[in-house]
Design a protein around this ligand. Structure first.
Ligand SMILES: Cc1cc2nc3c(=O)[nH]c(=O)nc-3n(C[C@H](O)[C@H](O)[C@H](O)COP(=O)(O)O)c2cc1C
Length: 273
């Protein structure tokens, strides 16, 4: 196991480890305005939701590692405590990347990236028409996490209004995860995409109370075939199927194929002699 102490690394080394390890991260496209009404648009992947009631989003424009300067987005939310946060999907990923270019003060990245400004209803920053979802937010607090290059600034936002593009809704009027085709940021230049070919479901163990690893029979728990994921599925049954358990690797391999198709009950059936 390689271990590192943050204070013994350069900021760039630390940033590389943390951004690669803490991934993928969702991307906020933050639309802000300064006190003179100049519009600004930039992506931030230090971003997430932290509360539903009240609806809270947090993102972090950091002090630059390079020269410890601050970003326009941070300066703008300190001047005008409002932001529109657009979510980012595959059809706009190249444009949001372009919007991250470090243009001079007063340059409107909507114009540079070709993304479209649309009036919001409750706040001064513009909506981003192409984003699947736009959140109109009031900024509750900006919390500085330090004064050195690389220090984050938590921008804590309360959502006032949500705009959802109709094309991303399913027949029941809810957002459709497959249609959304979300993208996320990882380390270096890597991005990931959540579309039909990469999405999968893991049923929540809230409905059932799984027996747990400790109650799995040894013949199965210590199998050379099953992975942690396989055992996690087998241990999620409410009652351990009774009988004598196969320790034969060929049987385990057949059960594993069924588990790959999420057929847990059928997998258990063939594991019993
Ligand atoms: C996908 C993506 C995610 C980013 N995430 C962050 C982030 O979370 N924090 C940050 O400070 N910069 C982040 N950046 C870099 C900023 O977008 C970039 O510094 C931008 O120029 C800031 O613009 P501003 O000065 O107009 O606010 C990201 C860039 C990209 C392309």
């Amino acid at each position: 196991m390689k271990t590192v102490i943050p204070s013994e690394l350069t900021s760039v080394q630390l940033q590389t480890i943390m951004q690669t390890a803490v991934s993928p991260r969702p991307i906020a496209l933050a639309s802000t305005v300064d006190k003179d009404g100049n519009h600004n648009l930039s992506p931030f992947s230090f971003f997430n939701m932290f509360s539903t009631v009240p609806p809270i989003l947090i993102f972090s424009p950091s002090r630059r590692v390079r020269d410890n300067t601050t970003k326009h987005t941070l300066e703008n939310v300190l001047e005008v405590p409002e932001v529109v946060i657009g979510t980012v999907n595959f059809p706009i990923v190249q444009q949001i990347s372009l919007a991250s270019t470090e243009y001079e003060t007063g340059v409107n990245e909507f114009v540079k990236s070709g993304l479209t400004m649309k009036d919001a209803d409750l706040v001064k920053p513009k909506l981003i028409e192409e984003c699947p979802v736009n959140f109109e937010c009031k900024v509750l607090e900006v919390k500085s996490l330090g004064d050195q290059g690389g220090a984050g600034n938590l921008v804590i936002c309360e959502v006032q209004k949500i705009h959802i593009r109709e094309e991303y809704l399913n027949e029941t009027g809810n957002l459709d995860q497959q249609k959304l085709d979300m993208v996320a940021r990882l380390g270096s230049n890597w991005y990931s995409r959540s579309n039909e070919s990469s999405l999968f479901e893991v049923p929540k163990p809230l409905v059932t109370k799984g027996i747990g690893f400790d109650l799995l029979p040894d013949a199965i728990k210590y199998s050379q075939v099953f992975t942690g994921n396989d055992l996690g599925m087998l241990a999620n049954v409410e009652v351990l199927p009774s009988g004598e358990y196969h320790s034969d690797e060929n049987v385990h391999q057949n059960a594993q194929k069924l588990l790959l198709e999420s057929k847990i009950e059928e997998a258990w059936k063939i594991l019993i002699k």
